[in-house]
Design a protein around this ligand. Structure first.
Ligand code: ADP
Length: 536
């Protein structure tokens, strides 16, 4: 509130924005928050699993994305509600840490919240629910380690790795080509992996896409593919044993800038200036040739005259190459990026066995392939597809597959998928609940019920009766003491996920449960929501 005076000196009171804020407190606040988070989770629920649906999202400027990836869907959904945004953040953290399981984590959090709501309505304090959930999550994660298996593979036997990547890809739009894409992803990861140190630097894998051709034409290039062509059509299309100068400085004569003043009042002077410019550039070209470069790759452009001169002097060049690409080219070819022309020396040149320009279809599209590089530890996955949407979705799916392969190289423990791990944990948590005294016991039971959310969603999305299917599988798991039984989404006639070869990484699954629990606890602990009234 503030006191002010009008033009006649009469006092009046101004109500500050604070007065107009709305406020939700206690149970009302918790319920509203749970509702908001649940509605985000409900959207993703139908996308889970091999038979999950895809979402089509249109952005403000008319760009359309079709995706099955939880993180991507949420990223593009423009969630307004702050609690909804927490779910977006949740999916993003799973994507950042693990790269896969982004839908599953949100579905799990949604199920946990649904169960929490029931408990709150029964009068259990949110803190007791949060604490019960924390205990239950610990039990579930311990049980996951117990039912996990170690996964054997080597650089000569990559088939098991390919199988795992296929599980990830089977729920994506690209599942038609999952075998090919999985193999490409695994080979790419192994090319850049350090198996002894169990380390994989995914930055060395460049994923490039070009619209056109078929998904089957997607290839792994041991080298770098750049979406550029030689600057002049008459330059050679193939250079063997290339020595590459990588320049981030301008590669053209100095241009008179507006702040300089040059007086040119005769043709002779103009001719002299032109001559000087040409000579300057000629010297630059000569310098490149002197250090032994057979190809120049520049970050900046040069004009047509310079281009012509380069062609005449027989020095092929590529212009307008992006910074990230330049860096990758430098890593792959063992060259150094040269930021000042004077610093160009023979040792700074990168080396590649073959640099070739490849054209596609009947279009004028051309790409530059830099292969047989001095340092072969940088590779490119070059994706083809019928439309931009397809290429983009393939990029995202390949990213998931790369992450799965990387996770397995870092830690080769796996659990079986198809909801089997969740059902096994649910049984273990339910059993542990009996031993827990106090009100937390209810929360632990509720956690066990929430874990059933994933298998139920998988069953529902595959057109099965969710409750019937779940209870049947659960009973069978208990009877046969087999934690590998899950939901037979693809109607293979066996629900043993070990036989179906459906598995996920242990760290990915653990992370899903831990992250979901964390977010749910955070939401439960909010009991006062103050918002400006226009948003309420
Ligand atoms: P996320 O983004 O969480 O990875 P997905 O849509 O990829 O979501 O679905 C993953 C879920 O689908 C996992 O629980 C996985 O175990 C399950 N799944 C994948 N393939 C199969 C299959 N062939 N049969 C049964 N379940 C499967």
């Amino acid at each position: 509130m503030a006191l002010a005076f009008d033009e006649y000196g009469r006092p009046f009171i101004i109500l500050r924005e604070q007065e107009q804020k709305t406020r939700a407190k206690g149970l009302e606040a918790q319920k509203a928050n749970i509702m908001a988070a649940k509605s985000v989770a409900r959207i993703l629920r139908t996308s889970l699993g091999p038979k999950g649906m895809d979402k089509m999202l249109q952005s403000g400027d008319g760009d359309v994305t079709i995706s099955n990836d939880g993180a991507t869907i949420l990223e593009q959904m423009e969630v307004e509600n702050q609690i909804g945004k927490l779910m977006v953040e949740l999916s993003r953290s799973q994507d950042y840490e693990i790269g896969d399981g982004t839908t599953g984590v949100v579905v799990t959090a949604g199920a946990l919240l649904e169960q929490a709501e029931i408990l709150l309505e029964r009068g259990i304090h949110p803190i007791r629910v949060a604490e019960g959930y924390e205990q239950a999550a610990r039990i579930a994660v311990d049980h996951l380690s117990k039912i996990s298996h170690s996964f054997e593979f080597s650089s000569t036997n990559i088939q098991p790795l390919v199988q795992t990547c296929m599980t990830t890809l089977s729920s994506k739009i690209v599942n038609r080509c999952k075998a090919l894409l999985a193999e490409i992803a695994v080979k790419a990861v192994l090319a850049v992996a350090d198996l002894e140190r169990k380390d994989v630097n995914l930055d060395l894998i460049k994923v490039e896409g070009k619209v056109g051709g078929k998904l089957e034409d997607t290839e792994l290039v041991y080298g770098i593919v750049v979406d550029k062509d030689m600057s002049h059509p008459q330059m050679p299309k193939r250079i063997e044993d290339a020595k590459i100068a990588i320049l981030t400085c301008p590669f053209e004569p100095p241009k008179p800038k507006t702040k300089h003043k040059i007086d040119i009042d005769s043709t002779e002077k103009f001719e002299a200036l032109r001559e000087a410019e040409k000579k300057y550039f000629d010297e630059m070209v000569q310098k490149c040739k002197d250090v032994g470069a057979t190809l120049v790759i520049c970050q900046w452009g040069f004009d047509d005259e310079a281009n012509h001169l380069l062609m005449h002097r027989g020095l092929p060049a590529v212009r307008w190459v992006g910074g990230v690409e330049l860096e990758l080219i430098a890593i792959a070819t063992g060259g150094r990026i040269v930021p000042r022309f004077q610093e160009l020396t023979p040792e700074k040149l990168g080396r590649a066995g073959i640099v070739r320009e490849k054209s596609f279809g009947t279009t004028k599209d051309r790409m530059l392939y830099i292969e047989q590089c001095a340092n072969s530890r940088a590779v490119t996955i070059f994706i083809r597809g019928a439309s931009k949407m397809m290429v983009e979705e393939t990029k995202r799916s390949i990213h998931d597959a790369l992450c799965v392969a990387r996770n397995l190289i870092r830690d080769n423990s796996i659990v079986y998928g198809g909801g089997s791990a969740e059902i096994a944990c649910s049984i273990a948590v339910e059993a542990a609940a009996d031993r827990i005294p106090g009100v937390e016991q209810y929360a632990v039971r509720a956690f066990a019920d929430a874990l059933d959310g994933v298998p139920m969603a998988l069953a529902e999305n595959s057109g099965l009766q969710p409750i019937d299917t779940l209870t049947a599988v659960k009973a069978q798991q208990i009877k046969e003491k087999n934690p590998h039984l899950g939901i037979d989404c693809n109607d293979v006639k066996t629900n043993d996920m070990k036989e179906q070869n459906v598995f996920e990484t242990l760290i990915g699954k653990k992370q899903q449960i831990l992250l979901a629990t964390q977010v749910v606890k955070m939401i439960l602990k909010i009991d006062d929501v103050i918002t400006p009234s226009q948003y309420s």
